[in-house]
Design a protein around this ligand. Structure first.
Ligand code: HEC
Length: 158
């Protein structure tokens, strides 16, 4: 009787474990890669919107603020977009370089510096002074470039 009950407990435990495992299951590498590329694209179009405003004769500070906030919100968990198994070995087309995982500390530093740069630029964008925004824009976009230079492979020639 005791034995039967223990087996029952073990089974229940195993079922719970599997259920929990399924709930925690990661998205497929293809889905993860697609989602992060879409998120990158969205940050790219926000950055384009910022640059277009700043090139214009009468930049719209509110539009710039919205675009900066968009980048800041989208990118806040950027390091988590790169779980192990979503690199060049995944068999999925990706420009994520193997160095993201082989130099995990360097990648984390790039991601952290990007997130910190966003936090710094956000109040500047919100203040709406176009001259200050222009002066500090490069420090902001260096967050993108600093990571791309090291961790993003060049675009494939078509
Ligand atoms: C911490 C590193 C990192 C930061 C910061 C970063 N990127 Fe990226 N970005 C990547 C990597 C790696 C890829 C390649 C992703 C892939 O193909 O799976 C990429 C891809 C892209 C792409 C191409 C997406 C596609 O496949 O069409 C764009 C556009 C882009 N990033 C824009 C930006 C912009 C704009 C910023 C800053 C606002 C930024 N990224 C910040 C690492 C980063």
């Amino acid at each position: 009787m005791y034995f039967v009950r223990s087996v029952g407990v073990l089974l229940a435990g195993a079922l719970l474990y599997c259920g929990g495992g399924a709930a925690l299951a990661q998205k497929s590498p293809a889905d993860t890669i697609k989602a992060r590329q879409d998120a990158m694209k969205s940050m790219g179009s926000n950055l384009k919107a910022i640059n277009e405003q700043l090139k214009g004769a009468t930049p719209d500070a509110a539009a710039i603020k919205t675009a900066v906030a968009g980048i800041s919100t989208t990118g806040k968990d950027i390091a988590a977009w790169f779980p192990a198994g979503t690199g060049p070995d995944s068999g999925v087309k990706t420009r994520a370089k193997a160095e993201i995982w082989s130099d995990a500390a360097g990648f984390k530093a790039a991601a952290d510096s990007f997130v910190a740069g966003n936090a710094k630029f956000m109040p500047i964008a919100a203040a709406g002074n176009i001259d200050t925004i222009k002066a500090d824009l490069k420090a902001f976009t260096d967050g993108c470039g600093g990571c791309h230079m090291k961790f993003r492979a060049p675009e494939e020639k078509k």
